[in-house]
Design a protein around this ligand. Structure first.
Ligand SMILES: [Zn+2]
Ligand SMILES: [Zn+2]
Length: 343
């Protein structure tokens, strides 16, 4: 629980087991994973200061078992192995009613705007529950939220037989690399700022070539390798303005530019030459389609090679009590995904 509005103001505290409301379920967690968002909350950075109200049990990525259901719940049952979509939506607004609940006008995120799941027990709406294949390891199930972000981004176009550049090799960039590989991308280039550890992980999970922007002229290298034309698809996952503009310059005319990264402030880009005259398509990606992305993700988790890559990307699995160490490792950049186990 974030008990104090300050850096490191997170503590393990004893609370009552929550009681599910009529449309909620109670879940006993087996595994939770640490998201970049959680590190922001732990660090109490300006974003967290503006958004989070303490005290708050945070965390939103989990895998567990349903142990109790509310009186009106019929869609899931006690004993189901589950994870969940962290966007709580109203199912009433124009976006929800037109099949775009991931951009609901009244979205609330558990672990950010309301009680999250870094706990032995948590309550979430039954609508948000995703039933897992009980044979899948809980650590894989717990990362379906970021894996879903990667799937949502990659599936915003057809990467099969296409060359792809992925900017940023954080956990979601690594997952996108693995997803592009199983989707049959012809060449996958991954660009990192200066993190050699993550560049190496990217090569392990399918990057054909990785580049470090701090040491190499990424634009020149990728244009040379693509006969000056650039890549068919760019996935911007770094949140870095410089990388964004490099991405525009290495994208082929008529290409697809998907943006999952978020930026500290508005960034200048050359719309005229890089977007209009190149005739590219730009798309912003947030959350996961509810629940089409979850269905695709579930199907992809049936592919053994993707699961193998996931176990490479999950570099740390440690006891829940060691969460401070987990945050530290995430912040160091010397990790892929960090999972905390409760059993
Ligand atoms: Zn997350
Ligand atoms: Zn809505």
């Amino acid at each position: 629980m974030k008990v104090r509005p300050e850096y490191d103001g997170t503590e393990i505290v004893e609370v009552d087991i929550p009681k599910p409301g009529p449309t909620e379920v109670l879940i006993r967690n087996k595994c939770v994973s640490i998201c970049g968002t959680d590190v922001h909350i732990f660090d109490w950075d300006p974003w967290a200061q503006g958004r989070i109200k303490t005290p708050l049990i945070y965390g939103h990525e989990f895998a567990g078992e349903i142990v109790e259901v509310g009186s009106a719940v019929t869609s899931v049952k006690v004993g189901d192995q589950v994870s969940g979509e962290c966007h709580i939506v109203d199912n009433r607004c124009e976006m929800c009613q037109s099949g775009r609940a991931h951009i609901c006008d009244n979205v609330e995120i558990f672990g950010v705007d309301r009680t999250g799941i870094f706990a032995e027990y948590c309550c979430i709406p039954a609508f948000n529950v995703w039933v897992n294949d009980p044979t899948l390891p809980p650590e894989f199930c717990s990362v379906q939220d970021p894996l879903g972000n990667a799937v949502h981004t990659v599936f915003s176009t057809n990467v099969s037989g296409q060359s792809v550049a992925i900017l940023g090799a954080g956990p979601i960039g690594l997952m996108a690399t693995a997803v592009c590989k199983v989707c049959g991308a012809s060449e996958i280039y991954v660009v990192e700022g200066n993190n050699k550890y993550r560049a190496k992980l990217a090569r392990k999970v399918g990057a054909y070539k990785t580049f470090l922007a701090s040491e190499q002229d990424v634009e020149k290298e990728i244009l040379e390798r693509t006969n000056g034309a650039g890549v068919d698809v760019v996935l911007e996952m770094s949140g870095n303005a410089h990388a964004f503009n490099t991405g525009l310059r290495i994208l082929k005319k008529g290409g697809h530019f998907a943006i999952l990264g978020v930026y500290k402030e508005p960034i200048p880009i050359d719309i005229t030459d890089m977007v209009v005259f190149k005739g590219i398509t730009m798309v912003g990606i947030t959350g996961r389609h509810m629940f089409k992305t979850w269905q695709i993700t579930k199907n992809l988790l049936n592919i053994p090679s993707l699961c193998e890559d996931l176990s490479t990307i999950i570099t740390h699995n440690m006891p829940f009590e060691d969460f401070k160490k987990g945050m530290e490792i995430m912040r160091s950049g010397q990790s892929g995904k960090v999972v905390l186990s409760l059993e």
